[in-house]
Design a binder for this molecule. Structure first.
Ligand code: HEC
Ligand code: HEC
Ligand code: HEC
Length: 298
């Protein structure tokens, strides 16, 4: 009897190992705050699942994290030796305590000084920078359908569906978008950045006028402000806990269709949930219009 039980355990363990081997490595550099145990955590845990999977856990104590790491070793055959468990747990505790304020979630890369004159930058030259640095993910025309996105979530932003303030584009290029595959581009010169910003802002084009309604404002406060903030600046009280920062609508005006799709279906690979079951069609339409009234531009 004991032998059979043992055999079952060994079999289960080897099946777990075989399954584990087929899990794909994340293809991007995940956001990991610096601190003791950082490298140890990365090499011990990120071979099987993305950081997001781990960091979206509820906040846990040192003891609970140690338990969780031991479960990985015992249940899933994670190749981690016992004496490293406390150090990994310590990093995870510190990680969860480090506030991920979306506005401070920046790299040390200095932001290049660019001109905010509407005629600044050469969109033609920017197109060449774009083709070299951005098109593999955002697609030749900026629709977010580049070949590098085949296995990644969230997919790259559709840069043609609405508009971004120039400061938002500069921020994305300088610091990347934490919680997604979008990297920082510290090697682009200020001139290149100015040109590619001109190119990207032209992709956005004009947007339709919108109507503000009190009902929409109330719906937004009740359902959306916890993440997007009361004024839609991406600074709601929940924002700092999320792996991908909520959209700051003061610097991003999505096209109506784009907004409605995000509200209805959610945004795969990010904490933006689907509201199909919670809000009726007309309410979602009101909100799609409402978020667009929050835009301030550069
Ligand atoms: C050998 C592969 C492997 C390694 C290495 C690994 N895990 Fe896991 N982990 C898994 C599997 C498989 C699951 C269960 C997945 C599921 O339920 O969808 C899991 C689930 C989890 C969960 C979800 C809660 C739970 O208990 O199911 C947490 C948290 C977690 N892992 C943390 C870690 C940490 C921290 C490390 C590094 C010390 C780590 N994992 C290393 C395979 C691994
Ligand atoms: C490796 C793929 C990849 C590359 C290369 C890339 N991006 Fe991105 N980009 C993304 C992803 C993924 C997102 C976030 C999508 C999401 O969260 O829904 C993103 C988001 C953005 C955003 C929106 C930021 C925001 O505040 O929401 C802008 C603007 C942007 N990228 C511009 C660029 C520019 C310009 C380049 C080239 C210099 C570039 N990207 C290169 C993948 C990429
Ligand atoms: C749990 C946090 C959370 C809540 C609650 C939430 N959002 Fe979001 N939302 C996000 C995040 C994170 C993103 C960024 C996704 C991305 O671009 O990858 C986002 C993106 C969006 C976008 C897409 C913008 C674009 O550029 O395409 C719209 C529109 C949006 N949210 C509207 C809403 C509305 C309306 C509500 C309330 C009904 C709401 N959100 C509630 C987290 C949240």
């Amino acid at each position: 009897m004991k032998r059979i039980a043992l055999l079952v355990i060994v079999l289960a363990a080897s099946i777990a190992q075989a399954q584990v081997k087929s899990i794909e490595l994340p293809k991007y550099q995940p956001y990991l705050p610096p601190g003791p145990g950082r490298e140890l955590f990365a090499t011990s845990c990120l071979s099987c699942h993305a950081t997001r999977y781990i960091t979206m856990q509820p906040v846990m104590t040192q003891g609970k994290w140690e338990e969780s790491v031991r479960k990985m070793i015992k249940t899933y055959g994670a190749p981690i030796s016992e004496e490293l468990v406390p150090e990994i747990a310590q990093y995870l505790v510190a990680f969860q305590q480090a506030p991920l304020d979306p506005l401070s979630r920046v790299t040390a890369n200095p932001e290049p000084k660019i001109s905010f004159d509407p005629n600044a930058g050469d969109a033609g030259k920017g197109k060449a920078v774009y083709a070299r640095a951005c098109a593999s993910c955002h697609g030749t025309e900026g629709k977010g359908d580049g070949p590098a996105m085949a296995n990644l979530l969230p997919v790259a932003t559709n840069l043609t569906a609405g508009r971004f303030a120039r400061s938002a584009v500069v921020r994305a290029i300088t610091h990347g978008v934490p919680g997604t595959s979008m990297p920082a581009f510290p090697s682009l010169s200020a001139g290149d950045v100015q040109d590619v910003v001109a190119c990207v802002t032209q992709m956005g084009g004009a947007t339709e006028p919108t109507i503000v309604s009190d009902q929409a404002k109330l719906l937004f406060t009740q359902n959306c402000a916890s993440c997007h903030g009361n004024d839609g600046r991406g600074d709601g009280f929940n924002a700092s806990t999320l792996p991908r920062a909520p959209t700051n609508f003061s610097q991003r005006e999505p096209a109506t269709e784009q907004a409605l799709k995000a509200i209805t279906d959610g945004v795969a690979g990010t904490p933006m949930p689907s509201w199909k079951a919670k809000l009726a069609d007309p309410q979602r339409k009101l909100l799609a219009d409402y978020v667009r009234t929050l835009y301030h531009g550069d």
